[in-house]
Design a binder for this molecule. Structure first.
Ligand code: HEM
Length: 344
């Protein structure tokens, strides 16, 4: 399959990002019910799902080239967005192998991996990269292996080391995050980095999720969806840059909210890695304006109901409180109140 990339899109300043009709239809809409509450919504990460976004281990779409360029810009301004602790070198190579093999198998028109023993050649045609290197010898790559490969993938990635019956976030490439900081979280445990999340701790969500992940098997990855909302199609909504994007919330009006307010969905995947026994966590971010989403009848109705009835603590945590009423009023026009089936 050949993907038509849109290399000139931007995710800042003039915000020229937009979704083609096909990209709207493949959006991983996250609400199977009219009401949303935190849960351990983990399922096997196998091909197939409500849209083609679920078909491959790592999804590549029309925004690929532009997103890689945006990542390079963030890293140029703030290299601390990529951080890996020294004991995670085996996990770095595991990640490089997994992403290269997956990309080459899923998108042979765009990526090729040639292996002769430990002599590997990687071709990434959309980004114009061709490198030969020795697998396991970091001096033969232009960048450390984790940074090298995650600069060539959409979405954020973190590396969890497993020890003491816990997971420690001991590395990550985090440039497209929903208001959390890799630099701040590095070295934390599963419950520590989830500390700020409301309601889920007392419901036992994190206890159950951690137990599940500690038993995650190599070759049997899992996935879940998470969501929030972002004003303008901005990928880098980091705490470090809050002064740049926080004030955007004050710019919404009844006239512009349909185009400016975006549902931000993370298709999160978790892979056990073979040499390091670490877990790779992929956070693949999708943005779609609520105006575009409402073109799909079921999605417009459902988003209206979810936002209208969202628990205030969750609405607040996701930073939507200031504009939620405006968004609900906009979406109400698409909702006739008819019952919807479960699923997306
Ligand atoms: C939120 C990281 C796995 C459920 C978060 C946050 C981070 C994070 C950094 C934001 C916390 C903040 O506000 O500072 C990770 C990492 C994971 C992981 C690195 C890899 C192991 C999971 C799993 C679940 C989960 C398996 C399953 C229940 C949640 C929920 C939120 C959250 C419900 C709140 C999201 C929201 O309302 O926007 N996670 N997480 N996480 N995480 Fe995880």
């Amino acid at each position: 399959m050949t993907i038509q990339f849109k290399p000139d899109e931007t995710f800042r300043e003039d915000f020229t990002y937009s979704n083609s009709d096909a990209a709207v239809l493949r959006f991983p809409f996250p609400f199977p019910e009219d009401v949303y509450m935190y849960s351990v919504n983990i399922e096997p990460h196998v091909p197939g799902g409500p849209t083609p976004a679920f078909d491959n281990p790592f999804d590549v779409d029309e925004h690929y080239v532009a997103e890689c360029r945006e990542r390079a810009k963030v890293l140029e301004q703030d290299p601390s967005r990529c951080k890996v602790l020294p004991h995670m070198m085996a996990a770095q190579w595991d990640t490089l192998e997994l992403i290269m093999e997956s990309f080459a198998a899923s998108y042979p028109a765009h990526f090729t991996l040639t292996r002769e023993g430990t002599n590997w050649t990687w071709e990434n045609r959309p980004l114009g990269i061709r490198d030969s290197f020795v697998f396991g010898d970091a001096s033969t790559l232009p960048l450390p292996p984790f940074e090298y490969i995650t600069r060539q993938a959409q979405g954020d990635f973190t590396l969890q080391d497993q020890r003491e019956d816990n997971l420690f976030v001991d590395g990550g490439m985090v440039t497209t995050q929903a208001d959390w900081s890799m630099d701040f979280n590095v070295g934390m445990t599963f419950h520590q980095w989830h500390g700020p999340v409301p309601l889920a701790h007392e419901k036992g969500v994190f206890d159950r999720a951690l137990k599940f992940l500690l038993r995650l098997q190599f070759g049997a990855p899992v996935r879940r969806l998470n969501w929030t909302m972002t004003v303008n199609p901005r990928l880098d909504t980091s705490p470090e840059n809050y002064p740049q994007w926080g004030p955007d919330r004050t710019t919404l009006t009844a006239d512009n909210i349909g185009a400016k307010l975006h549902l931000r969905v993370e298709l999160q995947s978790l892979f056990r890695l073979p040499r390091s026994n670490a877990i790779l966590f992929g956070i693949r971010c999708y943005l779609c304006s609520i105006e575009d989403l409402a073109r799909v009848e079921v999605w417009g109705k459902r988003l209206h109901r979810v936002l209208r009835d969202l628990h205030p603590d969750i609405a607040d945590y996701k930073g939507t409180t200031r504009y939620r009423d405006l968004a609900v009023a906009y979406l109400a026009a698409f909702d006739d109140g008819a019952a919807l089936p479960s699923g997306t």
